[in-house]
Design a protein around this ligand. Structure first.
Ligand code: BES
Ligand code: ZN
Ligand code: ZN
Length: 495
């Protein structure tokens, strides 16, 4: 899609569908945004007469002049937020496409609740563009559906002095959207296509495109090098595991980030096999890895002044004659041994090696992302990422980035009293507790064992947030691409 930013008023846009915003429950029922739109009394009467109330994401399509106007509700004035702007744009774009329009004209609303022109322009562009995402590369799309395609979007601003800022915002959005789309494609991709090797090849392609450094260590070498956590999980699968390290290193880097991603391309549970209901969803068990790849793509495209090392353990978790078995003891890269009491608690085993490996980069900040526990889905559902860290500063930064992007995090404690549950009688650690209590926290305590010496570490459990069971204004059902925007914001704000 082409995105352009222009100075002008909505009524003046010549082609495509023009979007108006409406507030709900206003004293003056003619409250349309931007304000000049309300001068068209006849149009305001038409909107009112249609029964339209202005509730958030409500829409009505009406004739206006020689063209069409799409009125989209913003909800109540007191609830206005940047997130509402994102959803507004998403609803507008998706509705316009469904109605067969090719070109969308969107006002850059300058309400105080939205912040600077660049911020609003970025949010609107992201919302609109992300809403149009669909994963249709594996099916035949009927011609009339294929033709429904938005080719262009014009953002209109009122004041010419906002033009530069708005353009910058829209440009930034483009880089972010491309990164989120990459993550979504990888996650939606079925596990017979998106194999560990496929992820490695993708990382190599990304490195080539963006001049990153990329090293991939395949299964046979991992065995020799002592990556016992990854090997233990991978040994049941005919697809060789791939340990992927991507590095973006600009010359004037302010800080070094290590981003670790769980890349289980399919989690069957292994010998501790999962029930078959919804097992097909376990292709999304590499959403952490996808977020890391997306964030690195965005960081490099935006030329963020930070060094970023992406560390991904890509493997399947399968049952077979060579698979690890409950009771097996493996030796991780750190030297610590683990008694594997449940082969379905595999994410922590591969991440243990990633976190230990991260130490060699002496990072200022380490964040790992993983669809780690079903318990996190139970605790927080689809609205919040589980955040666990002992670093108050990093918690605050992630919280702030979460508010700004609406990829919100919610902190759970990492108190040491939770630690003993992960101790084994015959090894240094066990990979599951024997009570099943505090599953999300105890998983994080397990990971913490491999972070000794790291400056600042945070664990993000994205099990509940990585996959959406329903269509949302700018997140179609399926892969969310969660974490990409959060990480980009975290790195952008670092100082
Ligand atoms: N990938 C799963 C966690 C998961 C569950 C992600 C549901 C998304 C949706 C993980 O590897 C797993 O199986 N964890 C086990 C751990 C348990 C055996 C301690 C779980 O949560 O049941
Ligand atoms: Zn599992
Ligand atoms: Zn898993």
């Amino acid at each position: 899609m082409r995105v352009s930013v222009k100075v002008g008023q909505l009524g003046q846009a010549r082609d495509g569908v023009v979007v108006y915003a409406a507030l709900e429950g206003e004293q003056r029922p003619d409250r349309l945004l931007p304000p000049y739109a309300a001068r068209d009394r006849a149009f305001v009467q038409l909107v009112k007469g249609s029964g339209f109330r202005g509730a958030a994401n409500e829409t009505v399509l009406l004739p206006k002049g020689r063209g069409w106007a799409l009125v989209v509700g913003l909800g109540k004035m007191k609830d206005l937020s940047l997130e509402q702007a994102r959803q507004f744009a998403g609803t507008a774009a998706r509705t316009a496409r469904a109605r067969g329009f090719r070109h969308l004209v969107l006002p850059v609303l300058r309400e105080r609740a939205f912040g600077q022109a660049s911020t609003v322009a970025q949010a609107l562009t992201e919302g609109a563009w992300l809403s149009l995402y669909r994963y249709d590369q594996l099916k035949q799309v009927p011609k009339h559906e294929k033709n429904k395609r938005l080719d262009a979007m014009t953002l209109l601003i009122e004041r010419s002095r906002d033009l530069g800022e708005a353009k910058r915002g829209a440009e930034k959005a483009e880089a972010v959207v491309e990164a989120v789309r990459l993550a979504r494609d990888l996650i939606n991709g079925p596990s017979n296509i998106v194999t560990p090797t496929y992820l490695a090849n993708h990382a190599r392609a990304l490195a080539k495109e963006l001049k990153l450094k990329c090293t991939v260590t395949p299964f046979a070498q991992l065995k020799r090098l002592g990556f016992g956590g990854i090997v233990g999980v991978a040994q049941g699968s005919p697809h060789p595991a791939q340990f992927i390290v991507l590095e973006y290193h600009p010359s004037r880097a302010k800080a070094t980030f290590a981003l670790c991603g769980k890349g289980i391309t399919f989690d069957s549970g292994g010998i501790s096999i999962k029930p078959s209901a919804k097992m097909e969803q376990m292709k999304y068990d590499m959403s952490g890895a996808a977020a890391v790849l997306g964030a690195m793509k965005a960081a490099a495209t935006l030329k963020l002044p930070v060094r970023v090392v992406g560390i991904i353990a890509a493997t399947e978790n399968m049952p077979s004659g060579t698979a690890q078995k409950p009771g097996d003891v493996l030796k991780t890269l750190s030297g610590k041994t683990v008694e594997v009491l449940n082969t379905d608690a595999e994410g922590r085993l591969v991440l243990a090696d990633c976190l230990h490996y991260a130490k060699r980069y002496k990072p200022d900040c380490v964040v790992d992302l993983a669809t780690l526990t079903g318990a996190c889905v139970v605790a927080l559902g689809a609205e919040a990422i589980g955040l666990m860290t002992k670093n108050e500063r990093l918690a605050a930064r992630l919280n702030h980035a979460g508010q700004a992007t609406y990829e919100r995090v919610w902190r759970l404690p990492l108190w040491d009293e939770y630690g003993p549950a992960m101790k084994s009688d015959i090894a240094d650690l066990r990979n599951v507790t024997n009570t099943g209590e505090a599953g999300t926290i105890t998983a994080a305590k397990f990971l913490e064992e491999f972070t000794e010496g790291l400056k600042a570490w945070a664990h993000l459990d994205i099990a509940g947030t990585a996959w959406s069971e329903k269509d949302k204004p700018y997140v179609p059902k399926g892969a969310v691409g969660i974490g990409v925007r959060l990480l980009v914001k975290l790195m952008e704000n670092w100082r």
